[in-house]
Every structure is written in structure tokens, then in C-alpha cells.
Design a protein. Structure first.
Length: 234
């Protein structure tokens, strides 16, 4: 705790008594929240540790104490963003849904989650600009995201076993298609709207796009017989 207290010396508005009583987990969470907004808005090079510290009402030394350096903070921000979406997927409790409903639920969740969390999409875009350089050094990113593929695999295998999903697909491929449709909706929203208008950005249009993404992917995954039934039911 001495290091934490030392790191917080000079923090605006923080008395020594308050410093000693700080909750480390809460401090880290606050730093990550502010850093997420700053980095997603300004990029890695444009964001500033001193600005993040000021907005957190903490010190640069406190940030360095927890995250090592700016790149360490950036990795922690991305890892936290991925952890949030994976934890939310877990709460869907898809194991208790029949395969078609489970896949529909996952598709719509992903579409709407990405739409409501544009900072997550921007962070992923920033990391791709850097060719994955920083995530390459993450010790947790693969373990964090492995459940996403495992989750799709369990849904798909149950669907194959019950005869409603066709064979020959891979869980990674299905995850790619779900991500692609959901990601583009946010990543290209600004340029797409400027060029073609904002008709697809309204709440009703977003709901329509989510439904169409669900239908396209289900038609792709279902056996021909079940696809005809699915289309007819729609």
C-alpha cells in the first residue's frame, strides 16, 4: 500500500487519509473507463496519460504503478473491452436454448452490443491499424476470447446433431460472419452515412438490420429443408 500512497501524492483533492482508504480495484476500474474513452476517441498516439490522470483525479504515477506504461494501459483497455463482451455473452445462457434460437440470440446480441459500444469497435480498429502489435504481447487475450469460439461450436454441434444445421462449417467461420456483419455496422457508420445518407442509422433501421443479419446467417447455416421452414415462418 505504500507504493499506492506514494503514487497518489499530489493528486488533486485527495487527502492522505483518503489515499490510504482507496480501493485499488475501484481505482483501476476508473482509470480503465476513462482511458477507454480517451484512446477510442483519440487513438493510442493522440491520447495522453496526464489527461487521463486528470480526468480520473489521480496521478500519472498511479497509472504507471498499475499498468507499467502507456502501452501497458492500452493493452489493459483492449483486454477489458473484450472481457466485457465475453462476460455479456456468457450471461445469455445459450446452453438452455434450442440450437436455432441460441444462434439467433447470439447474432442479435452481437449486432446490438457492437452498435451500443462503439468504443469497443474503435479500439479494435486502432489495434488493426497497428497490425495487432500490442495484442501480440497480451498474456490473456487468447484465453479471454476462446469461449466465443467454444460457445459457437456447442451451438453448431447441437444443431448438426438435431438435423437442423448443415455439416461442413466451422465454429470459427460462423464467428467470423457474425462479427463481420456486426462490426461493419459500426466501423463504417460515419463514412457510409456521409456518402449514402443516414437512413440506416435510425433505431428502427438498426432493428431491421439486426433481423436481416440474423436471417441471412440462419439461411446459411440451416439445412435446405429447415431453411425453407425458417423462411416460411418469417
Amino acid at each position: 500500500m505504500k507504493e499506492i500512497a506514494d503514487a497518489n501524492k499530489g493528486t488533486p483533492g485527495a487527502s492522505p487519509r483518503q489515499t490510504w482508504k482507496q480501493d485499488p480495484a475501484s481505482v483501476k476500474a476508473d482509470i480503465l473507463k476513462v482511458a477507454t474513452r480517451e484512446i477510442a476517441s483519440l487513438g493510442l498516439s493522440g491520447s495522453r496519460i496526464n489527461v487521463i490522470a486528470d480526468k480520473c483525479k489521480t496521478s500519472k504515477r498511479m497509472i504507471y504503478y498499475y499498468f507499467g506504461d502507456k502501452e501497458g494501459l492500452y493493452r489493459a483497455v483492449i483486454e477489458s473491452a473484450y472481457r466485457e463482451v465475453r462476460d455479456a455473452e456468457q450471461e445469455l445462457d445459450l446452453e438452455h436454448l434450442e440450437p436455432i434460437t441460441a444462434l439467433e440470440t447470439l447474432i442479435e446480441f452481437t449486432f446490438h452490443h457492437h452498435s451500443r459500444h462503439p468504443d469497443f469497435i474503435r479500439l479494435v480498429m486502432i489495434e488493426n491499424i497497428h497490425h495487432g502489435e500490442f495484442l501480440r504481447h497480451s498474456e490473456t487475450i487468447q484465453d479471454l476470447n476462446a469461449p466465443a469460439i467454444n460457445r459457437v461450436e456447442r451451438i453448431y454441434l447441437r444443431g448438426v446433431e438435431t438435423g437442423c444445421f448443415r455439416t461442413g462449417l466451422t465454429p470459427l467461420e460462423l464467428h467470423w460472419f457474425i462479427s463481420a456483419l456486426s462490426f461493419f455496422n459500426v466501423s463504417n457508420s460515419a463514412s457510409f452515412s456521409l456518402i449514402f445518407g443516414d437512413a440506416l442509422t435510425t433505431e428502427d433501421s438498426q432493428s431491421m438490420l439486426a433481423a436481416h443479419a440474423r436471417e441471412m446467417l440462419l439461411r446459411f447455416v440451416l439445412t435446405p429443408e429447415r431453411a425453407c421452414e425458417y423462411i416460411g415462418a418469417g
